[in-house]
Design a protein around this ligand. Structure first.
Ligand SMILES: N[C@@H](CCC(=O)N[C@@H](CS)C(=O)NCC(=O)O)C(=O)O
Length: 208
């Protein structure tokens, strides 16, 4: 049976959502962030050296990194679903967005989170950070101007991956001027599998 090491309010919510989309049985092992530091508990270090979530086990397989987990799940359990046909232009879009979410979109959002704790000392950094957040949101918003999903006309696993970055942006109201992204996020959060995963995963204030 698949086991998901799931931390509240975290990227592992993606994995629960994906498993619900696939209709695969799984067990959730829950971990809770420290109320003061917001960090993961030490128990996650017993699961993986980085001590982060998500980590997923599937019998002998143990895998971290949400993008890698989503790809493993589509390849192993997707039966051709949730991923474009190899060799098509959509497959290339799929790969790009799958990597882009963690490789590019999250960086300025995380910088804003950390730099925000510096008070006045952060002032020289804000123009660059906000500039990059806007740059990335504009790029994503434009990608949805002529197609409903990031890899074309079908919902795929790269939408699961991107949605977390959009939720992180939305939690600071940064999507206000990006109507395609706002509409897209509403559509993602209205999916029955998304809603089931939220109920199962527990606290997830990013989705609010
Ligand atoms: N790029 C990794 C990021 C993993 C990650 O940073 N997870 C966060 C939760 S969103 C975490 O476990 N943070 C707790 C901590 O750093 O103590 C992925 O996509 O899986």
């Amino acid at each position: 049976m698949i086991k998901v090491h799931h931390l509240n309010n975290s990227r592992s919510q993606r994995i629960l959502w994906m498993l619900e989309e696939l209709g695969v049985d799984y067990e959730i092992i829950k971990y809770f962030r420290d109320k003061e530091t917001n960090l993961a508990p030490d128990a996650l270090r017993d699961v993986h050296p980085l001590g982060k979530s998500p980590v997923m086990e599937d019998n002998a397989v143990k895998i971290a990194e949400s993008g890698a987990i989503l790809e493993y799940l589509t390849d192993t359990y997707g039966k051709g679903k949730l991923k474009p046909t190899a060799g098509t232009p959509q497959a290339l879009q799929y790969t790009e967005w799958m990597h882009y979410a963690e490789g590019s979109a999250m960086l300025p959002l995380l910088l804003a989170l950390y730099v925000g704790r510096l008070g006045k000392a952060a002032d020289p950094l804000w123009p660059r950070i906000f500039g990059e957040i806007t740059n990335n949101l504009t790029y994503m918003n434009n990608a949805l101007s002529d197609q409903p999903y990031f890899a074309g006309t079908e919902f795929t696993a790269c939408d699961v991956q991107i949605t977390f970055a959009l939720e992180a942006a939305n939690s600071t109201n940064a999507l206000a001027d990006f109507s395609n992204l706002k509409d897209y996020l509403e559509r993602m959060q209205a999916r029955p599998a998304y809603k089931r995963a939220i109920e199962l995963g527990g606290e997830y204030s990013l989705g609010a």
